[in-house]
Design a protein around this ligand. Sequence first.
Ligand code: DQQ
Length: 588
Amino acid sequence: MVMSTMPQPWCHWAFLLFLVLLSSESNIPCRNGVEATQRVFLYPQSPKVSSIVSKRYRTAYHFQPLSNWINDPNGPMYYNGIYHQFYQYNPNGSIWGNIVWGHSVSTDLINWIRLEPAIERTTPSDINGCWTGSATILTGDQPVIIYTGADTEKRQVQNIVLPKNLSDPYLRQWKKLKNNPLIQPVGPGLNSGQFRDPTTGWIGPDGLWRIAVGAELNGYSAAILYKSKDFMKWTRVDHPLHSSNASTMWECPDFFAVLPGKNNGLDLSAAIPNGAKHVLKISLDYCDKYMIGVYDLKRDTFVPDTILDDRRLWSRIDYGNYYASKSFFDSKRGRRIIWGWTNETDSTSDDVAKGWAGIHAIPRTVWLDSDGKQLLQWPVEEVELLRTNAVSHQGIELKKGDLFEISGTDTLQADVEIDFELTAIDAADPFDPSWLLDTEKHCREADASVNGGLGPFGLVVLASDNMEEHTTVHLRVYKSEQKYMVLLCSDLRRSSLRPGLYTPAYGGFFEHDLDKEKKISLRTLIDRSAVESFGAGGRVCITGRVYPVALVDGGTHMYAFNNGSSTVKVSQLKAWSMRRAHVNVKMG
Ligand code: DQQ
């Protein structure tokens, strides 16, 4: 459908959008009276405003337990035809505390059966919490888990559990070994209260197992390396796998190998092919960052290709609400999958009232771009089984100020893929490298209402009838000396009229070779209160949580838009409604 055939509402909505967008925070002269009046009128006086605890905010196809709190994904693995997902879980409520390992199983990573918790707080070495850890499948097909326990003195120690009965296909029960804790927080420079989250084990060239544990070491952050012959007796290596004085503690380290340009995954304990790179993922500052480099087998250390002293410049797995991710090698499909935790961004009292808090982002296949610099991530293809009611458009021209309503799908549960064809890449504005230090600031300043040479263009999702509530996911192209830098923003500042929510404008930059292909894709998964976006085939990912009043009280809309001076062409737009998945249903 081309623009000239568009019905009237096109222009009407474009006009309304700009009235609303122009009143956004970056345009201070326009905001005062209008915004204040609308806010006062709509919240909290309006009798129509429903409670934040509405069940309608609960996601329909993201992983979460039936009730209560969850945080980090733990010990994901594929074993004997079954995917296992464990998770930090509070069995007694919807705020963090009393942490045990919840356990669910699946055959497709999307539909899950919930089981009894796998690891509970029963021994002196985990009585104050069964915290994050990883699963390893040992030689002879033996799964084991090493996890952090908070002991009687609240020191962090590393414990092991094994399945009680390997012939149980679901591995429902796990036994703690008498020799726990296997690893104590002892040794020079170690802070016993900052020593946790062991990685999956891998075998080195000497045939010994290794794991790395996140720690604060002499006031710096480190992934401390341990070696073992039998996975039971561990010796600390005299140097960490990697450390940095740019931060003080790394949580949830994850270490894996990738092959540039190949989306098949690698098992770190198998022979690693020539040309492979290694990735160290760490969690800090409420975000998951990664470094690409090589694993120096002789020195047994990870050496990043680039060392950046300013940690604000470290690459991120996701530039939104995504933390404590963990990856595993899926031997069924030969891919590496990464999972992360996405917290609520309402208030603690909202979470208590809702009775649940926390989801896991859709599992993503993760691999390395052919340039060897950038991880790529894409939702596992199994999520596509939930697609229904396909809508498709080609050749839509979006001029400056145009808004195209995507109708015919469920706007609360949707999967949208758009290819934007750039008609004039020379129109890109110059790039300023200082923006990299604070991309959220840049997304606030250059929001969807700020016209640029090439962009903003993208999606408006979960928009109320009158656009007072909306979330924009948009791209902007800048020209740096030799290359193009693309910014993906997910601006939640207008996502809800409710007060007391955390509504940032998330943003991440990536390099893109636009001379070769003058196209940028955007995919967004909308699942009620979750909006998960993938720019340029997964070069940059942003996950956000939103709680629009319109989601509870009425309907929402979804649009493609352009507010850049140069026209962009939507060469392909596909959208689907997403069916509800069976997430943590009771075993039949
Ligand atoms: N969550 C766990 C810790 C980990 C933190 C506790 C990261 O093991 O460091 O629930 O979110």
